[in-house]
Design a protein around this ligand. Structure first.
Ligand code: CU
Length: 479
């Protein structure tokens, strides 16, 4: 960083943290507050080899990654900062970077080819936008994700709160699953229609930060913040922390009223995140597990390994305070526009055909075209918007899962909250991805915030590419 950019950054930070008097000063002297380009952070996507610990052995696996490692570099900012990433594509095919859960302007959303042309091999693109929300987010490819994301193109993005909770340590746990062959190379049968028509590509090995048996060191008496991110293509992890009593403080980056998990599993669908406060309440020398039930298995994911001496700063056992909410428009439920969205198709489904490319196709023709799922009778509806909305408009999407599989519905550009689930009113937290079991009926509300074309799709990547995708078009000025 040059002195000039360092000073620009410092100046900008000072004004972001300004008081009312400071704001008046900014207003009086606009030249002082003129936006400065933040220092750029390089991010390169390339093929590489990654050491992954499967069981007791470490294997070198061929991956595609950001910054030379899987997961990619941890991008960390403070709320109010401006992200600027100079992205370079050194992959053998086009790609893009999506900032999952953040609210950038549409052109920075990275949903190629809807919001930008894909970045060609050898080409670059600068992503730049303000980080308005604190929380745990992630970035990943949004082009041929069934191939690229599965090979490892993802990383975590943390936006720190103005007043973060007091903890001894802040730990990021990235959960993925891999389809590996007998000799522990990556199975590259990406895009097979059998997986696509069923639950998606499910791995035979699950890892946390590159290990199927991660040892997480703890000292008795410590308080840690765990940031869990499910980056798997399709797997759902229902996490358990036997012997610990973690408190949930955020879902998909958004603060929730602190809630002890108790005996409840913490369900993380593809794309979802959770922030937990975990107090190290076991005795020195203890080992406790992090386990998960999945769609196919019961897994051991990681171990909490206590050192021989107590540690920490005496925070364990204190009440857990809520995080400050992120600012967002308030929905006007009384005047909401309602959009029905019925999911159909897949194996064991009742779909006999769907619209694709503007015409009706039977199942055989759809399968040949790689499409086996549909929203409202349209397979891969990217030819026309699901709805055209005005900025500021409140929208309720009434979703029905009329398929035999669970799905993880993800909306770009804003967050939604559940208001109804299977006939019962609920007061859901703000989030960007929600999991629906077969036969579930879920209604979510959101406010159309920023103009542009925003994808709404299943985050089980094979389902998305095989038809479970749509977008809403928002017109007007930013709400
Ligand atoms: Cu799905």
């Amino acid at each position: 960083m040059t002195i000039k950019t360092a000073v620009a950054d410092l100046t900008r930070r000072r004004f972001l943290g300004c008081t009312a008097a400071g704001a008046a000063l900014v207003a009086s002297y606009p030249a002082l507050a003129a936006p400065q380009a933040p220092p750029a952070r390089p991010l390169v996507a390339a093929a590489g080899r990654q050491a992954l610990a499967f069981g007791t052995a470490t294997h070198l696996v061929d991956t595609w990654n950001y910054g030379g490692a899987v997961p990619g570099p941890l991008l960390r900012y403070s709320v109010g900062d401006r992200l600027r990433v100079d992205f370079e594509n050194r992959l053998p095919e086009p790609t893009s970077v999506h900032w999952h859960g953040l609210r950038p302007p549409n052109a920075m959303d990275g949903a190629a080819p809807l919001t930008q042309p894909p970045v060609q091999p050898g080409a670059r693109m600068t992503y730049e936008f303000d980080l308005t929300d604190a929380g745990t987010y992630w970035y990943h490819t949004h082009f041929r994700g069934w191939n690229q994301q599965d090979r490892g193109l993802y990383g975590v993005l943390i936006v720190d709160e103005r007043n973060p909770p007091q903890v001894d340590r802040d730990l990021v746990l990235v959960i993925d699953d891999w389809v590996v062959t007998r000799d522990f190379t990556l199975d590259t049968s990406f895009g097979d229609m059998h997986s696509a028509a069923h639950a998606g590509r499910l791995g035979n090995v699950a890892t946390v930060n590159n290990s199927s048996d991660l040892a997480i060191g703890l000292s008795a008496g410590e308080r840690v913040r765990l940031r869990l991110v499910n980056v798997a293509n399709a797997q759902i992890f229902a996490l358990k922390f036997p012997g610990h009593a973690p408190v949930l403080i955020a879902e998909d980056g958004n603060p929730v009223t602190p809630r002890p998990l108790g005996d409840e599993h913490l369900v993380l669908g593809p794309g979802q995140r959770a922030d937990l406060i975990l107090d190290a309440t076991a005795e020195p020398g203890a080992t406790l597990q992090l386990d998960a039930d999945t769609l196919t298995d019961q897994l051991h994911l990681a171990r909490f390994v206590y050192g021989d001496a107590p540690g920490g700063s005496g925070l364990a056992g204190r009440p857990v305070a809520p995080l400050e909410p992120n600012a967002r428009p308030t929905p006007d439920l009384a005047n909401a526009r309602r959009i029905p969205l019925t999911m159909e198709g897949g194996a064991m489904g009742r779909m006999s055909g769907a619209m694709m490319g503007g015409r009706m196709m039977g199942m055989r023709e759809l399968v040949a075209a790689g499409r086996v799922w549909a929203f409202n009778g349209v397979a891969g509806g990217m030819e026309a918007p699901l709805a055209t909305l005005k900025t500021g408009e409140t929208v309720v999407v009434d979703m029905v899962n009329a398929t035999a599989f669970p799905h993880a519905m993800h909306l770009h550009g804003t967050h939604f909250r559940e208001i109804e689930r299977n006939g019962s009113q609920v007061d859901g937290a703000w989030r960007d991805t929600t999991v629906m079991a077969p036969e579930d009926r879920v209604s979510v509300v959101f406010v159309a915030e920023q103009p542009g074309k925003w994808m709404f799709h299943c985050h089980m990547i094979e389902h998305q590419s095989a038809g479970m995708m749509a977008y809403v078009e928002i017109e007007g000025e930013r709400a």
